[in-house]
Design a protein around this ligand. Structure first.
Ligand code: 8X3
Length: 246
């Protein structure tokens, strides 16, 4: 089907992990997917697979968001997936640059994209904002304040939309995943693959596809059905700090 015969879904952070899996599954579900990420070459590969469109996007850069927005004429679904963690240390040793990076990507990134796309989502007559927060948006855990703080702020921005948009044709869904094996921990630990692998040792984490599946479910309910919040964790994880390892 030609791009303009299908509803358009915009996915940020689409070059890998949950974003890439979501783009693929939305493509299979009949959406024309616009994939945005800094690593646009990776997005291009996925876009070719699913008949979508790949565009460069740095959610921390207002000019990049503006150019991205101008290149996408219409949208029915926005998946705010770009984000992540940097570092894992006590507040007493917090690194300000890491905190700033987490605020920029998770909070201001979601703000920039949502602000830019709201008019198009509304114009579609059945718009939908899906924001991927985390179980870190629901609780705190030791050494995680920079990330849990940013995720709480991102979640509050997202949840506030629910009331502000009441009466307008836009649904609002928050997805709160626990441990998902993606590049998440490698980014958190600055490329330390060994330390990242340890995070998922001795338990079965969620896959990016598990989360994508949930996003597609939420996005394919009838227009009057709003799934407000979905929390998904591996069976082996009770909370941000309680995990069962074999
Ligand atoms: C990440 C959640 O449980 O891996 O967003 O810290 S967890």
């Amino acid at each position: 089907t030609a791009a303009n015969d299908r509803p358009t879904a915009v996915v940020t952070g689409a070059s890998s992990g949950i974003g890439a899996a979501t783009a693929r599954q939305l493509g299979a579900a009949g959406f024309h997917v616009v994939l945005g990420a800094r690593r646009v070459d990776r997005c291009t590969e996925i876009a070719e697979e699913i008949g979508g469109t790949a565009l460069p996007l740095d959610v921390t850069d207002a000019d990049s968001v503006r150019a991205f927005d101008e290149a996408v004429p219409q949208a029915k679904l926005l998946v705010n997936n770009a984000g992540g963690a940097k570092g894992l240390e006590p507040v007493a040793e917090a690194d300000e640059d890491s905190w700033r990076w987490m605020w920029e990507t998770n909070v201001l990134g979601t703000l920039r994209l949502t602000k830019a796309f709201l008019p198009k989502l509304e114009a579609s007559g059945d718009g939908h904002v899906v924001t991927v927060t985390s179980i870190a948006a629901l609780d705190f855990y030791d050494n995680g304040a920079g990330y849990t703080g940013a995720k709480h702020a991102q979640a509050m921005l997202h949840r506030t939309l629910r009331g502000e948009l009441l009466g307008r044709p836009i649904r609002i869904t928050e997805i709160c995943p626990g441990m998902v094996e993606t590049e998440f921990s490698e980014v958190r630990f600055d490329g330390d693959a060994e330390r990242a692998a340890k995070v998922y040792e001795g338990l079965t984490p969620l896959s990016a596809d598990d989360v994508a599946d949930t996003i597609v479910f939420a996005a394919t309910r009838p227009p009057h059905v709003n799934l407000d919040q979905i929390v998904l964790k591996p069976r082996d994880q009770a909370s941000g700090s309680r995990r069962h390892r074999r």
